[in-house]
Design a protein around this ligand. Structure first.
Ligand code: TYM
Length: 331
């Protein structure tokens, strides 16, 4: 079996720098080694309320962003999750073998349901990991590059694959998570104790990939730093600076010792100014390509049609086997 990488982002906003460093940028590297499938997880997006017109626009924008960051259509297929209905079907089936207890232990569910109150949270938020497992298991995925926050869902995916295989016979490959050394958890610029997220209430905490130059400069200039004045990498004692240095590392490719050397004798002010410039330089071309896709989405639509067709073909092959194993439908 040829190795396959699969991953996805929810189109709940334009992807942010955390999504980029934790996921998208990593995907671009991996595509040279693996066959790849990348989805826009719109079915997962609706586990919290969405405005329909905005959701559709962000689904297209998120797809455009995949190609804007450098995903190559000749190496990867990119598709919209809801356009391959087999995902929802397999999500349902996996939901029937998942246990209440293991779903209740998912920290993402605990965090998100705490916001609305558990009683008022949608069931989709609860069954989210079963659908995510379906996305992954559908294509015999071998490796799943994700940020740290998704590791628990990956563990559950492995459990469900093994459980299904034991009950019904060998059907799914058991996938591995792929996590980067630095950047698997980018923190908010405003609250370095919280991860950077789409829903951060602090407006300056999250850099979105379509932020313009002035906005990026402003957000980085406002970034919280720790006490002390030297630029040294110490995630335990100085987590805010370590976060900014991780961003610098990803924007330039420089190692932590190289960054420390570059800023020896300099202070936070110099470092933040330089960080803003390298971020603007790195994200500028990505934003430019996104705007091009927005102006003329025809090429994007062709790529998404192709991705959908390929995903549907593979998904139907897998579902034929799954339905047979479970005993669904007529012989
Ligand atoms: P989403 O949209 O919440 O996150 C997309 C990816 O970005 C990573 N990420 C981060 N990485 C580093 N620092 C951060 N602050 C940060 N915030 C987010 C996430 O870990 C993720 O890799 N459930 C998935 C979507 C999904 C999926 C899948 C992923 C649906 N089906 C199948 C892999 C395979 C999610 O968290 O989306």
């Amino acid at each position: 079996m040829q190795d396959l990488v699969l991953s996805g982002v929810k189109p709940t906003s334009i992807p942010h720098l955390g999504n980029y460093i934790g996921a998208l940028k990593y995907w671009v590297e991996l595509q040279h080694t693996y066959r790849c499938a990348f989805m826009i997880a719109d079915l997962h997006a609706i586990t919290v309320p969405q405005n329909p017109a905005e959701l559709r626009a962000r689904t297209i924008d998120t797809a455009a962003m995949y190609f804007a960051v450098g995903i190559l259509p000749e190496r990867c297929f990119v598709f919209v999750q809801s356009e391959v209905p087999q995902h929802a079907e397999l999500g349902w089936i996996l939901g029937t073998i998942a246990k209440m207890g293991e779903m209740e232990r998912m920290t993402q569910f605990k965090d998100k349901s705490a916001k609305e109150g558990r009683e008022r949270s949608g069931i989709g938020l609860f069954t989210y990991p079963a659908l995510m497992a379906a996305d992954i298991l559908m294509y015999d995925t071998t490796a799943v590059p994700v940020g740290e926050d998704q590791l628990q869902h990956l563990e559950l995916t492995r459990t469900l694959a093994q459980r299904f295989n034991t009950h019904f016979g060998p059907t799914f490959n058991v996938p591995e998570a792929l996590i980067q050394k630095h950047g698997a958890r980018i923190m908010s610029l405003a609250h370095p104790d919280r991860k950077m997220s789409k829903s951060d209430v602090a407006k300056n905490g999250t850099i979105f990939l379509d932020d313009d130059t002035d906005t990026i400069r402003h957000k980085i200039s406002r970034a919280v730093t720790d006490s002390g004045s030297t630029i040294t990498f110490d995630p335990i004692e100085r987590p805010a600076l370590a976060n900014l240095m991780t961003i610098y590392h990803h924007m330039t490719g420089k190692t932590m010792p190289e960054i420390e050397q570059l800023f020896a004798g300099k202070g936070f002010g110099d470092f933040k100014k330089e960080l803003a410039e390298v971020t603007i330089n790195h994200l500028g071309p990505i934003r430019h390509r996104l705007l091009e896709f927005r102006k003329d989405p025809s090429e994007l639509m062709t790529l998404l049609n192709k991705g959908r067709d390929q995903a549907q073909k593979l998904a139907e092959q897998k579902m034929t086997l799954v339905r047979d194993r479970v005993g669904l439908g007529r012989a």
